[in-house]
Design a protein around this ligand. Structure first.
Ligand code: BTN
Length: 325
């Protein structure tokens, strides 16, 4: 039956076909049609639905991420209203930075099916095959936000993405300092924030979010496999990336506004509730080497306080954390 529905949608593409028409041609109820459409979407076909015109095949599946699939799902006012959806790019952050420099509006999203030069924090590369969510969002805080406050954004984004993921059953996502998304100690995703500032004013921020979504763990290179997690492995099957992206943007818009209106206080409080590293033995990697200690707390500026030796506490402002037990 799904094959027949696809055929009819293809006949009409790029136009739409009403649910009523589909139901009549196939001898089904409209609810049954709706259920088949939902199943096709789960299989990765992009089918847009509009109240008057009906269903429209906007992307040949399976599992293609398109603006047409995402935008109808958006409930945001700003984020994702301008959408650059690419098949392949070196890095969505690079592309978003180019667009930001050229004046692209706040909320512009750049996504790609795969990245050939995906970048992680601390100058690392980021494995970005087909099936993940690799996207970047341009933010232009409309306040005299000093560049020194930019790191706050990475905590804010981590909280927003964790909240979006936690709304999926089975995804008890936590945050590892400063902004890794982890499940059971394995990394599900990460965030790379970049910015441009003029004098003492933040001009724009590009927040790049990478999430292992529909990627089999076996597909990861051996060096990453042990430490990686994927949404599909945790959820027991592929998830609709367009829907997940729309949900993340919704949470992100909410947290972004809260951050602008109320400052870092509520953000870091929420971060502390979702974190999974305090009280643990950790190995700290900084540009200047690595050392071990116990993660004690995160202060009100987001720095990690680590006890290196009894009574010796070091404040870590940037670096990476490996949980040791
Ligand atoms: C990390 O090291 O944990 C951060 C990873 C961030 C990866 C994302 S994928 C989308 C965006 N484009 C990039 O090149 N990097 C970020």
């Amino acid at each position: 039956m799904r094959g027949r529905i696809l055929e009819i949608l293809r006949e009409h593409a790029p136009g739409a076909v009403s649910g009523e028409d589909l139901a009549r041609r196939l001898g089904l109820s409209r609810t049954a049609v709706w259920k088949h459409i939902a199943a096709l979407r789960r299989d990765g076909y992009s089918i847009a639905a509009a109240p008057r015109s009906g269903y429209r095949l906007t992307g040949e599946g399976p599992d293609r991420l398109t603006a047409e699939a995402v935008q109808p799902l958006l409930t945001t006012a700003v984020l994702g209203r301008s959408f650059d959806c690419l098949t392949e790019v070196d890095s969505t952050n690079n592309r978003a930075k180019d667009l930001a420099r050229a004046g692209a509006p706040e909320g512009t999203v750049v996504s790609a099916e795969r990245q050939t030069g995906g970048r992680g924090r601390l100058g690392r590369s980021w494995y970005s095959p087909h099936g993940g969510l690799w996207f970047s969002v341009i933010l232009r805080p409309d306040l005299d936000l000093i560049p020194a406050r930019a790191p706050e954004a990475t905590f804010m984004v981590a909280v927003a993405v964790a909240d979006a993921l936690r709304s999926y059953p089975g995804l008890s996502v936590g945050i590892k300092w400063p902004n890794d998304l982890v499940v059971g100690g394995r990394k599900l995703g990460g965030i790379l924030t970049e910015l441009a500032a003029e004098a003492e004013r933040l001009e724009w921020l590009v927040v790049g979010i990478g999430l292992n979504v529909n990627i089999e763990l076996e597909a990861f290179p051996p060096a990453l496999r042990e430490a990686a997690a994927s949404v599909s492995a945790l959820a027991g099957g592929p998830v609709d990336r367009a829907r997940l992206l729309a949900e993340i943007l919704q949470f992100l818009e909410r947290w972004y506004r809260l951050w602008l209106a109320q400052g870092f206080g509520p953000v870091i409080a929420a971060w502390r509730e979702r974190q999974e590293c305090l009280g643990r033995r950790v190995r700290i990697f900084t540009g200047r080497g690595e050392w071990c200690g116990r993660a004690l707390a995160v202060d009100d500026e987001g720095a990690l306080l680590v006890e290196r030796a009894p009574g010796v506490v070091q404040r870590v402002l940037s670096g990476d954390v490996l949980l040791e037990n």
